[in-house]
Design a protein around this ligand. Structure first.
Ligand code: NAP
Length: 288
């Protein structure tokens, strides 16, 4: 079994044993880390242990006293209260990181509570949630963004980089603000666009046409509706915590949509062709 690179065989704590926390545990145990988990419900702790995501799990933060590094994997709105409750149980040198999908408000709130904290965001997921959805290899070849500030200790950054590398992820570093603006475009806006698409389909007046459309929906609709039909709690929290950047991207999207509508309404086919060709050319810059 390969040994983690830095430091030798640290004990890893994971708080929140859901899709992300459970998947981290599965991979990192396989890499030789000893993994301790804390979650809210006893049932989740039992499942995480039987699924092999953790060596030991508890609903009591006291278990984290043994951890060298702790990864916070709870929903965004409980990250800060979790750190407040966890703090008395941690050793002073413990490295703390989180996996939250929004960084600026989280980093601003947690860094003063625990200086050895590095904001992080492994950009992988599925439409499912909970420990049952945890899977091996979720982070392989996916971006893992670290958002240190000028005050973040270098040792803490190195520890979280070692974790991301052990997961087979692609490492990126940027400021919390740049992270939030970037993910607004490529993650949070798509969730809102995709959910709006599903909502728009509900407006078809004929039940018969609606039923037929549901039967005919295939790969195009599956791709475009996937993120809008996923974890609603996560979508809501993204919007609440990254509101400004999301609003900016939604306004730009509305402008884009108006451009498409104007071309169709005015039968300006050369204009529509230009828009479609530009998109065809731009897409590979975002996804290979
Ligand atoms: P999830 O599957 O719903 O898991 C969250 C887990 O947190 C739940 O299993 C729950 O455990 C636990 N939890 C909730 N409140 C808690 C508390 N007060 N104390 C301890 N544990 C608590 O959600 P997820 O998709 O893994 O998301 C978790 C984090 O990852 C979020 O911050 C999200 O922004 C981030 N993230 C998500 C994705 C994605 O696509 N899903 C991608 C990247 C990052 P119990 O079962 O014990 O209640």
């Amino acid at each position: 079994m390969p040994h983690p690179p830095y430091p030798p065989a640290p004990t890893l704590g994971i708080i929140g044993l859901g899709l992300i926390g459970g998947s981290l545990g599965l991979d990192l145990r396989r890499q030789g880390y000893r993994v301790l988990g804390v979650s809210r419900r006893d049932r989740t702790c039992e499942l995480a242990t039987t699924q092999g995501a953790v060596d030991q799990a508890s609903t009591d933060f006291a278990l984290m006293a043994e951890a060298d590094w702790v990864v916070l994997c709870t929903p965004l709105d409980v990250l800060v209260p979790t750190v407040e409750a966890l703090r008395p149980h941690l050793r002073s040198g413990t490295v703390l990181t989180d996996v939250g999908s929004v960084k600026q408000p989280i980093v601003e709130a947690i860094a003063p509570l625990w200086p050895n904290f590095v904001g992080g965001h492994p950009m992988a997921g599925t439409t499912d949630q909970g420990i049952e959805a945890a899977q091996f290899g979720l982070f392989v070849d996916r971006p893992y963004v670290l958002t240190p500030t000028p005050q973040t200790p270098a040792g803490a950054i190195a520890a979280v980089e070692a974790l991301a590398t052990a997961l087979g992820a692609r490492l990126y570093r940027c400021s919390p603000e740049e992270h939030d603006r970037s993910v607004a475009w490529i993650s949070h806006l798509p969730v809102m666009v995709s959910t709006s698409l599903i909502q728009a389909c509900r407006l078809e007046p004929s039940e018969r046409v609606c039923a037929l459309a549901q039967q005919l929906a295939s790969s195009g609709f599956r791709d475009t509706s996937r993120v809008g039909g996923g974890n609603s709690e996560l979508g809501l929290l993204m919007a609440r915590y990254n509101r400004e950047a999301l609003l900016q991207s939604l306004r730009a999207y509305r402008q884009s949509l108006d451009g498409v509508m104007a071309a169709v309404e005015g039968e300006d086919w050369p204009q529509l062709q230009q828009i479609l060709e530009q998109s065809h050319g731009d897409r590979p810059r975002f996804v290979a």
